[in-house]
Design a protein. Sequence first.
Lengths: 267, 276
Amino acid sequence: MLRDITLGQFFPGNSPLHRMDPRVKILWTLFFIVLLFFINNFWGFLIYGLFMAFVIGISDIRPRMIFAGLRPILYLLIFTALLNIFLTGGENVIFKLWFLKPTWEGLYSAGIMAFRLIFLVLGSSMLTFTTSPIVLTDGIEHLMMPFSKIGLPAHEIAMMMSIAIRFIPTILEETDKIMKAQTARGADFESGNILRRAKAMVPLLIPLFISAFRRADELAMAMECRCYHGGKGRTRLHVLHLSQVDYYSVPVFMLLLLGVILTRVFL
Amino acid sequence: MIRIENASYIYPESGHAAVCGVNLTIQKGEFVTILGHNGSGKSTLAKLLNGVLLPTEGKVFVCDMDTALEENIFPIRSRVGMVFQNPDNQIVATVVEEDVAFGPENLGLPSEEIRERVDAALRAVDMYAYRKHAPHLLSGGQKQRVAIAGIIAMKPSCIVLDEPTAMLDPVGRKEVMDTVLRLNREEEITVVLITHFMQEAALSDRVIVTENGHIIDEGTPTEVLTKREKLQKARLDSPLATELLENLAEAGMPVDTKIIDVEACVNSICTALGKE
C-alpha cells in the first residue's frame, strides 16, 4: 500500500506542455504566480480562467485529475474565505448577528482571495503534472547555476534532491518490510490514541534510520567508485535546450500579461 | 593490470587487521575469483584494488599507478570499476539510462559520446529494452545488471564485483554470472569476483582462497576446489559435485574426485558404473 505514494503527481505524456523546457516552465510558473497578485478585480480572474482552460486543454491531462488536486486545499479555502468575510472592516454590513458583522467588502475580498488560491494551486500543479521530478530537479539546478558564483551549492542541492527522489520507493518498501517484521513480533501500529501510536512508531523509525545511514554510506562509496567528484567538470547525458514550444510560449504569456494590465487599467 | 605488493590493511577504528601482507598480481583479461567465508578479508582486499581503501602497509598498483597518490585516483577508478552487493544502494538515478550515464557524466564526456556508451553498455548486459524504466521496479538480477552497465559505460579494463549475487535469487544469480562471463570472454574485461559461492568460483580462470587476511591457496578452480582439507580450514564447503564424488570414492566406487562441475561429475559416475 505504501508503494503507491508519489511525490507531486506526474502524468507522463507528450503534449506541448510536457515537451517544454523545465527551466522555461519553472520561470513561467513563477511569472504566473507573481502576476496573480496584481489582479484586483474579477475580470482579471476571467482572463486567468480562460488562460487556465487553454493550458489544461493542450496538456493532455484529464481536467478531473487537475481539480482533484484542489481538494486538499478546500478547508483552507473555506477558512480564509470566512476570515475575510467576517474580519474585513467596511461600511456595508450585510447582516448583524451578535458580534459577527459580515460586510460586502469582506465578501469581495474573500472572493478575490479564493480565486487567487485556486489559481495558485492550479498553476503550480500544472508544473508538477507535466514535469517528471528528475527533469524538474535538472531545471532547478540550471536556474540556480548563476547563484553558485555567490556560494550557493546549486549542483549539490540538485543532486541531493534527485537522490532523495530516487530513494523514496526504496525506503517506502523498507518501511513496509520493517512494519511487517515488527507486527510479526507483536507490535501494534493501529490502535490507541495519537500518543500511543506515536510511541509505537519508535521501533519502526530506529531501524529505518539505521538502514538509511547504512545505505547512504554505501551509495556514497559506489558514487565515488564511479568517479563522482561534485559538479565540476561534469557533463550530462541529456542537455537541456530550448525548442519551438518554448519560443511559442512567449507570446502566449505576453497576451496574459497584457490582458491583466488592461483589466487593471480599464475595469 | 593490478599488482598488490605486500599490502596490509588495519581498520583504524577497531585495530582489526583485515588484510595481512598480501602479494597478488592480476593479469589483463583474467577472470580471478577471491573466495573466502564472511570476515576473511576478501571485501577489504577488493576495496584496496581501486583505492577506496589505501593499504596501511605495502603498495597497490593499477596499470603501474600507485593507488596511494591523490592524482592517480580518478584514472584508476575509471580503469577499475566496482560493483557492490546491494544493487539498490549503488543506483543513483530514477531512470535506468540516466543511472548508466552517471559514470561517463562524471568523466566529463560530451553528451553524444555518453549516449553511445550508455546504449552499448545496456546492450552488453542485455538491458537495452529497459533503458527508460524506473530501477526500483526491476528484479534484483536486472538491477545488478544495470549496476554492471553503469560500470562498463566508463570503459574500464577491469571490473571488481564484491559478492554481486549474494542478495539475488537463483535466476538473478544466473543472469548476473552469465553477463560477467560474457563480458570477460567477449569484451576481454578483466574480472575480479569476490564470492563465497563455489559454483561461481568454478567458472573462473584462477581461484584465490583467503582466510584471516592471508592468501592460503591459489590455482585453477579444479586444483583449489578439490582440496577438501584446505577448504575446510578456510571454513568453506567443497562444491557439491566434488563432495558427492569423494563420498562415492570413499564408499569404494572408482570415480575421479578431481572434478568440480556437474556435467563432468555425471560422466565420471557413468563411466564408473559402466566399468562395474
